[in-house]
Design a protein around this ligand. Structure first.
Ligand code: FAD
Length: 534
């Protein structure tokens, strides 16, 4: 059989480096029927893309890149490594929007998951005519909407699909997923490997709480369907599992009726405690509550590379600037309520009810009425603007934290006011909004603080080749501040260098995480770029 042919060829090309797929090794694939040259590539374009990501900080060079046209291709490459006496690393790459090389595989094989997606050619895929033809013939995953009496509406979605495509397709049926990320040009497999959070998470849970079933190619090369009822250990392992246990090739996502429009409000605060009190109040309203609650900082020197859409007219902006010149920092609460034709008559009253008693500055409340898709896709418009100014493809030393409610006031004083304002080094949006642990399933691999309410805080810095290190130093200072002051944060999209740090990160889940690794990826093949076991 073909596998034994490959293994015997590989045996002849010894010696190879430990855990290394040498170029010689890679060329053996090219001569085989199993992976035609359009699927298995070693050209400089493919290697360059696979050794870079949104962070533009870390680069690991793979030996080859696989552009699968079917799930079977993924099964075969994992099998090949698993059955080899010297297994090589394999990383699924979603849209490469990690910031620390998490989707890279030094000397191994990167699997470009988008290659399975119908829209691949629209998003920077290879334009080789053969590839396009093959894709059209072989593509077996897309977005398929279904319904059954037990589950309700759902979408079966390929792991390499972008969320924007999931939205477009499901909207054709008047349906939509419930839980989102702020940015939709991320893949389903990529966000489910982390969590997938946004202003909807307090209400609908993170994206990992909105999954009914998965197809996963484990590190043993087996394609396994899993859910809460079937193969549940794998299901819980993979959700928030940082790509360690298998490659998600299909996810069944919960859908509901899609709203058509949104009422979108931003309100400014000078006082952090009123800001957080109001945020926490809003996420606690169950009857006719908001659908989305976020918040952000507005700093004295608003950076030019902030992709958040501006709500403010020029005259408002100058008033805001004069407030900022006095106190340097303002807090912006953001709240959204969805509506459609049936609720159009009542939505304004509901918003009014929600706003009653909130303590924002009365002259600083801004409202918009927006199309649902445009609201969800808001970061894309900011991205296009930054791209046109050459400010998107730059280093991104991001730091994302979950801060327990008990520490958020100290965090404001020590980090936002003391570190950020004094050092005047912030460069990009800084998000801060509460969510609730109740919507996270602790059996999943994802890690959150112990408290019921915690804040998602994102320092979404953009730098340049000279200054990104200074921003990263500031990130370290923030982490040290939390450590010294006993604020028990957890990193989201975590990045650590030592096993001890990972052990601390997972805390009581560490043993389970390790046991699951031994069970589902015993040869430690998958997602080496996370640097947990490799
Ligand atoms: P990649 O970066 O390609 O991969 C991430 C990890 O998942 C890697 O370890 C990879 O090996 C693994 N992986 C990828 N695909 C699969 C698969 N199919 N099966 C198993 N493992 C896989 N996150 C939020 O939660 N909320 C936000 O609002 C948010 N906004 C963002 C905005 C921007 C502009 C950017 C750049 C990122 C944002 N993120 C946000 C972070 C995002 O969720 C992560 O970058 C995530 O990794 C998804 O990116 P990706 O699909 O490109 O995955």
């Amino acid at each position: 059989c073909i596998i034994s042919r490959i293994v015997s060829i590989l045996a002849r090309v010894k010696p190879w480096n430990t855990n290394t797929l040498t170029t010689t090794y890679a060329h053996q694939f090219l001569s085989l029927d199993m992976f035609d040259s359009y699927k298995f590539r070693v050209d400089s374009d493919s290697i360059r893309t696979a050794s870079s990501d949104f962070g533009k900080i870390h680069h690991d060079i793979p030996s080859a890149v696989l552009y699968p046209t079917s799930v079977n291709d993924i099964i075969q490459i994992v099998n090949l490594s698993y059955n080899s006496s010297v297994p090589f690393n394999i990383a699924a790459r979603g849209h490469g929007h990690s910031v620390r090389g998490q989707a890279m595989a030094r000397n191994g094989v990167v699997v470009e998951m988008g290659s399975l997606s119908s829209s691949y050619n629209n998003y920077g895929g290879r334009n080789h005519p053969d590839r396009r033809r093959k894709l059209a013939e072989e593509e077996d995953y897309n977005v398929v909407v279904g319904w059954n009496p037990r589950l309700g509406y759902y979408a079966d979605v390929g792991g390499g699909e972008l969320w924007i495509d999931v939205l477009r397709k499901t909207r054709e049926y008047g349906l939509s997923p419930l839980s989102w990320t702020d940015y939709l040009y991320l893949t389903v497999g990529g966000t489910l490997s982390n969590g997938g959070i946004s202003g909807q998470s307090f209400r609908y849970g993170p994206q990992i709480s909105n999954v009914l079933e998965l197809d996963v190619v484990t590190g043993k090369g087996q394609l396994v369907t899993c859910s809460k009822d079937i193969n549940s250990e794998l299901f819980y392992a993979v959700l928030g599992g940082l790509g360690q246990f298998g490659i998600i090739t299909r996810a069944r996502i919960v859908l509901d009726k899609a709203p058509t429009r949104v009422k979108w409000l931003r309100m400014l605060y000078q006082d952090f405690s009123s800001f957080t009190r109001d945020q926490e109040y809003l996420i606690s309203v169950t009857k006719n509550g908001p659908d989305y609650v976020e918040g952000s900082l507005i700093m004295r020197q608003s950076p030019p590379n902030n992709w958040r859409s501006s709500f403010f007219s020029e005259s408002h902006q100058s008033k805001i600037n004069s407030l900022l010149s006095e106190q340097g920092i303002l807090y912006c609460l953001e709240v959204v309520k969805y509506y459609d034709d049936q609720t159009a008559q009542t939505v304004d009253q509901e918003i009014e009810n929600l706003m009653e008693g909130l303590q924002y500055m009365p002259d600083f409340v801004f409202k918009r009425d927006e199309n649902y898709v445009d609201f969800l896709n808001r970061v894309r418009y900011g991205e296009l603007k930054l791209q046109s100014k050459g400010l998107w493809d730059v280093p991104h030393p991001w730091l994302n934290l979950f801060v327990p409610k008990s520490g958020i006031m100290d965090f404001n004083a020590g980090v936002f006011v003391d570190i950020l304002l004094k050092q005047n080094k912030s460069a990009g949006p800084i998000l801060v909004y509460p969510t609730t642990k109740q919507k996270w399933d602790d059996r999943m691999s994802a890690v959150t603080p112990q408290e019921d309410t915690f804040y998602c805080v994102g320092f979404l810095h953009s730098g340049n080749d000279e200054d990104w290190k200074a921003l990263d130093d500031q990130n370290n200072e923030i982490l040290e501040f939390c450590e010294e002051n006993g604020i028990k944060i957890k990193q989201y999209l975590p990045h650590y260098k030592t096993e001890e740090d990972w052990e601390n990160h997972f805390g009581s889940k560490w043993n389970t995480f390790r046991e699951r690794k031994a069970r589902f990826d015993p040869k430690m093949i998958l997602s080496p770029g996370q640097r947990i076991f490799n």
